[in-house]
Design a protein around this ligand. Structure first.
Ligand code: SAM
Length: 290
């Protein structure tokens, strides 16, 4: 059964009386080469377990199952569960769980697999919830080796931007803290059914085993990043002062200069290590006042 063949996809959906559910971001891949390419490149170790988010009718799941030791697939749409039983009947190493990834206890679900070896994530993500899912995976603190996701190309450009790029955003700095992203390839909208409005790209993130830069206080670090990008047109002292109300504009400007920057620098110019240094300085200033 070719799960990327449009006629087959339509037949399966009709057989189970299902429609593509827009509210779940259901755009299924129709290109075998793309599916195989994602499965080939999402991980380097065949003995790994892969967590797949949103298996749909199982096209990518099947390819992952053929390449890796175990696949755990979380699917929110209960209507697709009997479909997955049908399409993945022969794949003994696949466990399908009918759950919303945002509510799932990932630590509990994956504990036995982490005990056995490495775990990576691979997903053609639903567009409506890309960033929350990525943040949940990163903030979980689970030691995933890779997170490979198919997302809107525009979001992929933001994730993979370098400091100073026009595409650089808060998510760029946050992601750089957790790992190193790499854009693998772009997939045009006509490779999906139904076709979305925009093209997609596959991004593979190699998570740091040991973070190269660690702030004294993580909440202050994330607050510094958020403040720096909230009002992009403003210079750094101005955007920081709207969030760090406990510090004066003069103190913020002095902290920025002490970190070796021009007082008029903008947030998007800063690298992860520079955000760590600046947030450490701000944390010390705040602590000194308490
Ligand atoms: N993997 C399939 C493919 O590549 O053709 C389907 C990808 S489709 C873009 C996104 C899938 O994620 C759908 O199957 C959808 O039902 C599922 N999904 C959406 N929101 C989800 C959530 N919060 N938790 C788990 N799965 C979700």
């Amino acid at each position: 059964m070719n799960l990327c063949d449009i006629k087959t996809i339509k037949q399966i959906m009709a057989m189970f009386s299902l429609n593509f559910r827009k509210e779940f971001g259901q755009n299924f891949l129709t290109d075998n080469f793309v599916v195989e390419d994602i499965a080939d490149n999402c991980c380097t170790d065949a003995s790994s377990t892969i967590l797949e988010i949103g298996p749909g009718i199982g096209s990518l799941t099947k390819e992952l199952s053929a390449r890796y030791e175990n696949v755990v697939a979380l699917e929110i749409d209960h209507g697709l569960i009997p479909v997955l039983k049908y399409t993945l009947g022969d794949c003994r190493n696949v466990t399908v769980i009918n759950e919303d990834v945002m509510k799932a206890d990932l630590e509990g679900i994956l504990a036995p697999y982490f005990e056995r070896g490495k775990v990576s994530v691979c997903a053609n993500l639903p567009y409506y919830i890309t960033t929350p899912i990525l943040m949940k995976l990163l903030e979980s603190g689970l030691p995933f080796e890779y997170i490979t996701v198919m997302i809107q190309s525009e979001v992929a450009d933001r994730l993979c931007a370098t400091p100073g790029d026009k595409n650089c955003g808060a998510i760029t700095a946050v992601l750089g803290y957790y790992g190193t992203p790499e854009k693998l390839f772009t997939v045009t909208a006509d490779r999906f059914i139904p076709a979305p409005k925009v093209d997609s790209s596959v991004v593979r993130i190699k998570l740091h085993e040991k973070k190269p830069y660690v702030p004294i206080d993580e909440p202050t670090f994330f607050r510094t990043i958020r403040a720096s990008f909230e009002q992009r047109r403003k210079t750094l002292p101005n955007s920081l002062s709207s969030v760090f109300s406990e510090l004066s504009k003069e103190e913020l400007t002095a902290a920025i200069i002490e970190c070796g920057h021009d007082a008029n620098i903008r947030g998007e110019k800063l690298s992860v290590s520079e955000f760590v240094a600046l947030s450490d300085k701000l944390y010390e200033l705040i602590k000194a006042k308490q």
